[in-house]
Design a protein around this ligand. Structure first.
Ligand SMILES: [Fe+2]
Ligand SMILES: [Fe+2]
Length: 291
């Protein structure tokens, strides 16, 4: 039953094409506030979306026996995310922002598509089926957590852009992107819950422990923890606690033991980003009310 539902979701994702760049209305009404307020945020978003190339390489190296359905999901998912990156690169260009960090032709520290060493090393351990199953649960749960945070951030970005009068950008960019992030979240969440049912309590316990110990906010690995703290503060504002609570709720649902609550590891990771030197600068209010 769940397998059929997952098949349906993958098919729906495959039938949902990447957002064409020419469908996005980049003619912003008032570029100056966007330049001033969102330069780092747009750069961060483009870099994180663009990092899917390496994410796919990492996952493939870590999980050599990933099933056919998850492999199809990776292909549809990465095509969506790369289109999101193209939109934010184009928006940066439209605003006359300088070349992104890392060179004029890239928005992130790495778009080589080569798996990181740690993933390749853990991939060697994955020849053990017991560990492969643990790593799969970590990967799917992490995916759900990241997509939830991404979804919430696009919701907040849309609200801020609306408050600045950039309705066309919201209608043609952040709203369609947000809908795709919701679909990604739905797949990861169901896939993780389905996979978990096959695992022993010891495997779930190990997946939970690794997740709690290694969690970083989405994009912090690609762009750095300081930028992550500034960007999420700039997007979520006073709603940061709710955004982080929601990510912890996803983790509890997919990795919890139903008995003891998980530690507040998502809050702790964000606190670590915010405490770094050069932490979040105050942003001027836009008048937006968070939805
Ligand atoms: Fe995305
Ligand atoms: Fe996504």
């Amino acid at each position: 039953m769940r397998a059929r539902e997952l098949d349906t979701r993958v098919r729906r994702l495959e039938d949902d094409p990447p957002i064409p760049l020419d469908s996005v209305d980049l003619m912003v009404r008032n570029p100056e506030p966007l330049r001033h307020r969102f330069e780092e945020i747009f750069t961060y978003i483009a870099a994180v979306e663009r990092a899917v190339t390496r994410n796919v390489a990492d996952i493939t190296a870590l999980l050599p026996d990933l099933g056919e359905r998850d492999t199809r999901f990776l292909a549809a998912w990465s095509a969506h995310e790369l289109a999101h990156a193209d939109i934010f690169d184009a928006l940066r260009g439209q605003l006359g922002l300088g070349p992104p960090p890392g060179g004029p032709d890239q928005t992130g520290p790495d778009r080589t598509g080569r798996a990181r060493l740690s993933f390749r090393l853990f991939g060697v351990c994955s020849t053990n089926r017991w560990l492969h199953d643990v790593f799969t649960l970590i990967y799917l749960s992490r995916g759900a957590m990241h997509e939830h945070m991404t979804f919430d951030c696009y919701r907040h970005l849309g609200a801020q852009l609306t408050a600045l009068g950039e309705d066309a950008l919201v209608r043609t960019a952040t709203d369609p992107i947000r809908r795709q992030e919701a679909s990604h979240l739905g797949y990861y969440r169901l896939a993780a819950a389905t996979h978990r049912r096959r695992l022993s309590p010891a495997q779930v316990r190990l997946a939970r422990r690794v997740t709690v110990l290694t969690y970083e906010p989405v994009g912090a690995g690609e762009c750095g923890r300081g930028p992550a703290g500034r960007v999420f503060t700039g997007l979520a504002g006073d709603d940061m606690d709710q955004v982080l609570d929601a990510v912890e709720a996803v983790a509890a649902e997919l990795l919890g033991d139903g008995d003891r609550p998980l530690p507040h590891f998502v809050h702790a990771a964000m606190d670590g980003c915010l405490r770094l030197p050069g932490g979040p600068r105050p942003l001027e209010p836009t008048g937006a009310r968070w939805p």
